[in-house]
Design a protein around this ligand. Structure first.
Ligand SMILES: C[S@@+](CC[C@H](N)C(=O)[O-])C[C@H]1O[C@@H](n2cnc3c(N)ncnc32)[C@H](O)[C@@H]1O
Length: 196
């Protein structure tokens, strides 16, 4: 039995007016965090990489990645159709190299080995069933691809790691976990990296 604290999904926080407030906060007040995550990721991304952002919300990380690297093909998914509408609006300027669609991390609508990197920020602590996400994340990554999770310290990092170990997936390289300086006071952040 895994013990960890996480709040699970809160649809009311991520739809309607709340999603529009989240969009403004993410774009204007917490922007520095997405810049730091994008800076952290771009060094690890091969040319022309396919990248998936899980629980993309209004897609601010997609914008920061697309701005830095015109060669990337970027996809965002989220459970909330209001968040996906905001992500589509925020990424419109990048044309069809950025796309966003509604999906659940436990049932990803992509072929095996579709992505070089899967990333997620401030989302995994909202997943209802993080253990069920593990085989899906492993499936859509190609061998050697990486999963980057940036989240609050109480996110289900142990569940993800233990499930991967039990299933023998995301088992490349030793898993890395450590504090991530996101530049936002009062928003402590941990980064966990797993390799397919
Ligand atoms: C706090 S927001 C983070 C949004 C964005 N990644 C960011 O860093 O600002 C969490 C997002 O995760 C999404 N989410 C929650 N459970 C999910 C699941 N099972 N599959 C996909 N997205 C999920 C929510 O709809 C919400 O938009």
């Amino acid at each position: 039995m895994h013990t960890h604290r996480h709040t699970h999904n809160c649809p009311a926080l991520f739809s309607g007016r709340a999603s529009r407030i989240y969009d403004v906060v993410a774009r204007r007040f917490v922007r520095r965090m997405y810049r730091r995550i994008a800076d952290d990721l771009v060094g690890a991304l091969p040319r022309n990489a396919d990248v998936l952002d899980v629980g993309t919300g209004p897609g601010v990380l997609l914008v920061e990645l697309a701005t830095r690297r015109p060669d990337l093909r970027l996809t965002g998914i989220d459970l909330s159709d209001d968040m996906i509408a905001l992500a589509q609006r925020n990424t419109r300027e990048f044309g069809d190299r950025v796309s966003a669609r509604v999906a659940n991390v436990v049932d990803l609508p992509f072929a095996d080995g579709s992505f070089d990197v899967v990333t997620t920020s401030l989302s995994s602590h909202h997943w209802d069933d993080p253990a069920a996400a593990v085989p899906e994340l492993a499936r859509v990554l190609h061998p050697g691809g990486r999963f980057y999770d940036y989240d609050l310290p109480f996110a289900p990092f142990d569940v993800l790691a233990d499930t991967a170990r039990e299933r023998g997936v995301l088992a490349g390289e030793p898993l890395r976990r450590g504090k991530f300086r996101n530049g936002v006071p009062l928003l402590p952040c941990v980064r966990q990296v797993m390799t397919a």
